[in-house]
Design a protein. Structure first.
Length: 159
């Protein structure tokens, strides 16, 4: 009987500058951002924080101070690109206009080991622990499995 072997996490695009010092850092980040835009499209896309706030206000959701507190406390996914903050839409209950309750436990596992860009990539990429599904796509339907995938990937990331 062979011991249980944990699959290695799917690699995500590096969020650091190119190895070629002559290449502009922004080019790599721009390509990574476009890849994130494409990856998040099936789960609702990425929206500028201002657009998210406008949606919240139209639907009687939280105010700027509340959203800013969520962002500062890393209670929601948020990444900066070209001097604007962007938020994946999948993370919000669009009826009550609050973060999905399933999100908090997953972020508690991953925030200590992943910076914002890497965390955004983790939710957007197929995950071997989820049989190739993207965490953003299955957070609501398979919350326990996404949490287990986060725990496993945190363990691997911590080395």
């Amino acid at each position: 009987m062979q011991p249980f072997a944990m699959p290695s996490p799917m690699p995500f695009a590096p969020y650091f500058a190119s190895r070629d010092c002559r290449a502009p850092v922004a080019l790599g980040v721009d390509m990574q951002f476009i890849a994130l835009l494409d990856a998040y499209r099936p789960s609702g896309g990425l929206a500028r924080t201002q657009e998210t706030l406008e949606l919240f206000m139209r639907r009687g959701g939280p105010d700027l101070a509340t959203v800013a507190r969520w962002m500062a406390g890393r209670e929601v996914l948020c990444l900066d690109w070209h001097a604007q903050s962007w938020m994946p839409v999948f993370q919000f209950d669009l009826v009550d206009m609050v973060p999905l309750p399933q999100l908090a436990l997953v972020l508690a596992e991953l925030n200590p080991v992943y910076p914002p860009w890497a965390l955004a990539a983790w939710f957007a990429q197929p995950n071997p622990w989820l049989e190739g599904e993207r965490p953003a796509d299955v957070l609501v339907s398979d919350a326990a499995d996404v949490l287990n995938a986060a725990r496993a990937d945190r363990f691997v990331a911590q080395g």
